[in-house]
Design a protein around this ligand. Structure first.
Ligand code: T1G
Ligand code: NAD
Length: 697
């Protein structure tokens, strides 16, 4: 046995305990330990049954993802599962916490599974650009049926123990200590002479489908839309199909082969990069793990507009009461009714029940009296994007809230230090920049002011995770990280229109690249007037976008922007009027229009973003290139399977990007395209952003 796997004997029951904190990942040494423990328990004549469980906070949460860049080592998890499944004594898996990926697969190789009430069971490999590689695609359908197995594997989302029991994925829910519960269950199996149930032999849940294999296509069809551009979903569907007509050992080999191909593939490497980058993003220099957090039990949100409403929902969703403050009763009622409407939509979709809406609306208290913030532990301001209004609001909050309250602004662009300076406690002020729709988008840019205290930062990070957001800490500059890079893209998108492209061509190229939508459809969704108001305030002009706004074409909210929208539809269609307007603008500015290839469109939209990203790293506004990738994947729809703009840049090669940008700068005279110093240096060293990050760490 290795120190990571132990055996405790409880009478005739051997209890094998994996102890590899923090998540009992199945690294090589753990697999060796499990192999040896099962061999010894199997050979031990005094052992009548075996229990597999873990120490610390969770059952096995999967294979060790950090090993995927290294050559595979034996025994593989497939070997272990075959060993366990063929043991002639009952083997019981006692699950708790998260039984995920390889952790669930090893449990599926056991003859019985029991779980604690809060256990989450799932096969999330798809989120890493993989498929289950140790029997999940073959054993899960045999236990829960094809429809549920396909949904679990294609979504990667875990299910709760209660549902797992109803599906037959587990045999019992237990209270108390997992090892003790496992021993008790094993003793009952022995006493009741229950036959050993190998999942691989189960057939009843697939009989019907085997008789009508064409029905598999209907099940698969529900998942095809989400698979656009991805390799893993199609591979998973193919492997799942094998359960119907391929002998299981052959299918297990096929599954493993596909898993290994995907593991070596670019998409999975990109998605694994995002997995770890997301966890790195909360590690902030100067903020130690044990800093004492401020206790957040009550929240106040100032402004119940587009953002204030969504922000309030996040807290009500996790049971935190929210005081919503508006200037006038009508604005308040409008804001609260939009919240209720959104909850009602979730009820119609079956995501919520009526009683959930009542409970959540019950946690929202609306007022037009800002003094109501006096008991709030955290206040988030989401009023108009105008500095004087924000400073006035923070001045009031400074006087009205408790001394230990955290004061946050949701500003998209404005100087958080200037806002903080309107209070006597800038150390308690920071930015919490949500993304629209705030109750849906998972990214939260946490803007660290020059005086923000470490406990305030740590508190905001913890609050973000509590409301299901992905926090990334950034510094103060105009537009922080995400919007600053977005601006570089928007400027180039406008230029592409003037030089010869049309909105649907630019958007088409970016959706083909993997974004959910292009810059012009996104502008229409967010409202073209938001950017217009900001450009006017800064005295800059976007020829085409501003002309559209001057004609009150604000996008979906006015049923026309860059595209035309039928009432109630979010699908825009090209508008000849806009195309004429664009051609006229080119003429007015003396630009000769030309056909523009997709490749050029993609490079002109993404390379300037990468260049701005490099400047942001130089200035320390972002701590790591991985942080920028997490921001773009969770906040702006950058395709996860491309790993984010900086990871993508490393794949393309920094020298190529440097040269293309230099050409662009020379051709356009636009010095924004002058390659950033960091980009130039890394390109010259034939290095990457990732290598520079690792070196700096
Ligand atoms: N491998 C390696 N490290 C892991 C890991 C894993 N599977 N899971 C977590 N970590 C690290 C993580 O990087 C962090 O490190 C620390 O553990 C705590 O994690 C054959 C091939 C279990 C729900 O996809 O979803 O099995 O930052 O901050 O919020 O078919 O971790 O502290 O240095 O996320 O409490 C499938 C991945 C693998 C599950 C806990 N399994 N993990 O969440 O903690 S593929 C997964 C999670 C597979 C088989 C295939 C979550 C969690 P550090 P954390 P948490
Ligand atoms: P909005 O115009 O929809 O809502 C602003 C609300 O604030 C209005 O309801 C207004 O009545 C209220 N308000 C104004 N002054 C107030 C005061 N003194 N006290 C209380 N309420 C007051 O604007 P929005 O889109 O929700 O933007 C709000 C903030 O969030 C802005 O700073 C914006 O830049 C930022 N933001 C917007 C988005 C977006 O996509 N809309 C995304 C991220 C951040």
């Amino acid at each position: 046995m290795t120190g990571l796997v132990g055996i405790q004997q409880d009478g005739e029951i051997a209890v094998i305990v994996v102890d590899n904190p923090p998540v009992n990942a199945l690294k090589h040494a753990v697999r060796l330990g499990i192999r040896d423990a099962f061999a010894s328990a199997n050979d031990d004549k005094t052992v009548a049954a075996i229990v597999l469980t873990c120490a610390s906070r969770t059952f096995i949460a999967g294979a060790d993802i950090t090993e995927f860049d290294k050559p595979p080592q034996s025994p593989s998890l497939i070997d272990l599962n075959a060993q366990i499944e063929n043991i002639g004594k009952p083997v019981v898996a006692a699950l708790f916490g998260a039984a995920l990926g390889g952790g669930l697969e090893i449990a599926l190789a056991c003859h019985f599974r029991i779980a604690a009430p809060a256990t989450r069971l799932g096969l999330p490999e798809i989120k890493l650009g993989l498929i289950p590689g140790a029997g999940g695609t073959q054993r899960l359908p045999r236990l829960v049926g094809m429809e549920k197995a396909t949904a679990m594997i294609l979504s990667g989302d875990p299910i709760p123990a209660k549902e797992a029991l109803a599906l037959g994925l587990i045999d019992e829910i237990f209270e108390g200590d997992p090892a003790a519960a496992g021993v008790a269950f094993a003793r009952r199996v022995i006493a009741e002479k229950r036959p050993l149930r190998r999942v691989r032999d189960l057939d009843d849940k697939l009989k019907e489908l085997r008789a009508h294999p064409d029905k598999f296509a209907e099940i698969a069809a529900a998942h095809v839309k989400r698979a656009r551009g991805l390799d893993a979903p199609n591979a998973a569907l193919e492997a799942l199909r094998w359960t119907l007509d391929v002998p299981i050992d052959q299918a297990l080999e096929g599954e493993r082969k596909k898993f290994m191909e995907l593991r070596a593939g670019e998409q999975s490497k990109a998605q694994r990069h995002i997995f770890f980058a997301e966890r790195e993003a909360v590690k902030v220099p100067g903020v130690s793990k044990d800093v004492k957090l401020r206790d957040i039990k009550q929240v106040a949100v100032i402004g119940a507009g587009t953002m204030g409403g969504g922000i309030s929902m996040n807290f009500a969703n996790v049971g935190i009461p929210v005081t919503v403050v508006e200037t006038a009763e009508d604005a308040l009622q409008r804001g609260l009714s939009v919240i209720e409407k959104n909850y009602r939509i979730s009820v119609t979709r079956g995501a919520l029940r009526d009683e959930d809406v009542t409970k959540r609306m019950g946690l929202l208290k609306g007022t037009t009296d800002i003094a109501a913030v006096k008991d709030a532990d955290l206040v988030i301001e989401a009023v108009f994007e105008e500095m004087p209004i924000k400073r006035e609001v923070f001045g009031k909050l400074d006087k009205l809230t408790r001394a230990d309250a955290v004061l946050a602004t949701n500003t998209s662009y404005l100087d958080v230090n200037e806002i903080a300076a309107s209070t006597a406690r800038p150390e308690s002020v920071l930015g919490m920049h949500f993304f629209s729709p705030a109750n849906v988008m998972r990214l939260l840019e946490i803007v660290r002011g020059e005086k923000t205290a470490p406990d305030v930062l740590a508190t905001a990070i913890t609050v973000a995770r509590r409301i299901g957001k992905v926090p990334v800490v950034v510094g103060v500059c105009h537009g922080f990280v995400g919007n600053r890079m977005l601006r570089a893209r928007s400027i180039e998108a406008e230029k592409l229109l003037l030089e010869g492209a049309l909105p649907h061509e630019v958007d088409g190229a970016l959706t083909e690249f993997g974004f959910p939508m292009g810059p012009f459809a996104m502008g229409d969704l967010a409202g073209l007037d938001v950017g217009w108001r900001m450009r006017k305030a800064q005295g800059i002009r976007a020829e085409i976008a501003d002309t559209l706004c001057e004609q009150s074409r604000y996008g979906q909210k006015t049923s026309k922007g860059f595209y035309l929208y039928e009432p109630g539809s979010r699908a825009g269609r090209p508008d000849p009027e806009v195309e004429q307007l664009i051609v006229a603008a080119s003429k007015r500015l003396g630009i000769t229009r030309r056909p523009i290839e997709k490749k050029e469109i993609i490079e002109r939209l993404i390379f300037p973003m990468i260049n701005e990203g490099a400047r942001i790293l130089e200035e320390g506004i972002a701590l790591r290139s991985g942080d920028i990738d997490v921001i773009w994947v969770y906040g702006y729809g950058f395709p996860r399977w491309r790993g984010g703009p900086m990871f993508y840049a490393d794949k393309i090669g920094l020298a190529y990007i440097r040269d293309r940008l230099a050409e662009l700068a020379k051709k356009t005279g636009d010095n924004r395209h002058e390659p950033a110093a960091l980009l130039t240096r890394l390109a010259a060293e034939n290095s990457t952003f990732d290598a520079a990050q690792k070196k700096a760490a």
